[in-house]
Write a protein that binds this ligand. Sequence first.
Ligand SMILES: [Fe+2]
Length: 296
Amino acid sequence: MESANVYKVPDITVEKNQGLQHADDFTMAQPFERYTAEDHAIWHQLYLRQSALLPGRACEEFLQGMQQLDVAPDRVPDFDHLNRKLAQATGWRVVAVHGLIPDHVFFDHLANRRFPVTWWLRDAARLDYLQEPDVFHDLFGHVPLLINPVFADYLQAYGQGGLKAASLGALPMLARLYWYTVEFGLIQTTSGLRIYGAGILSSKSESIYCLDSASPNRVKFDLARIMHTRYRIDTFQKTYFVIDSFQQLFDATAPDFTELYHSLQGSPILGAGELASDDVVLNRGTGEGWSDTADA
Ligand SMILES: [Fe+2]
């Protein structure tokens, strides 16, 4: 689930949700009867493809989470089944939603350890890329890490920070942090670089590109730096930020951001592929194949 800076319901979300209602907090019962045999077959195909690819690429915490959650390989998982496992592990649960939801609602769910998951699945024509989050991205990509206690705390703290950032006019800065960590983060391990971001974990091509390609920059995590860096929504990232541990992520983001927001207000925003003079650069990207369309 991404937080939408501007809440606009995409056409595909409208189409998939025809005749379905949601509660005031945008949640709904998972409409299991709406999944077709084709949906389950697509889930199976995506699941098999990513589970074959990710060992040695995804971080161990994610792979363990997959195992522990007992995510169904051959059909769209039953959220209630996952919730029993999640509740035992970290007290999180997933809630079904139509699709993207307003920022303040999204943050409130995270702050209360509820992870909004789009219930519907992409169709066969859009197997490899879909701009909107669907159940494969939201569930396969995001939910396994909720089993990890430190990451689980980080995401809750992010939700609490979001509610505050909204009142301080700082949402774009916080959205960049989410993007470069929860969605597209890499982590350094003793075995090498690994993926923990859900936007990568749910994408075959970016799971390969982010680790193997010489094109992108790979830079050590720096909170303030990330908060004033643009990102890509329609192509692979030009820069990936690398954490040393989930504890580092949690510790860096635990303090109150009010001062940081003030100090960053008005400072120039870096382009998605730009390097800053004080970056700790692990790999300077060649820039090959980068799109010259505008960064988000
Ligand atoms: Fe997401």
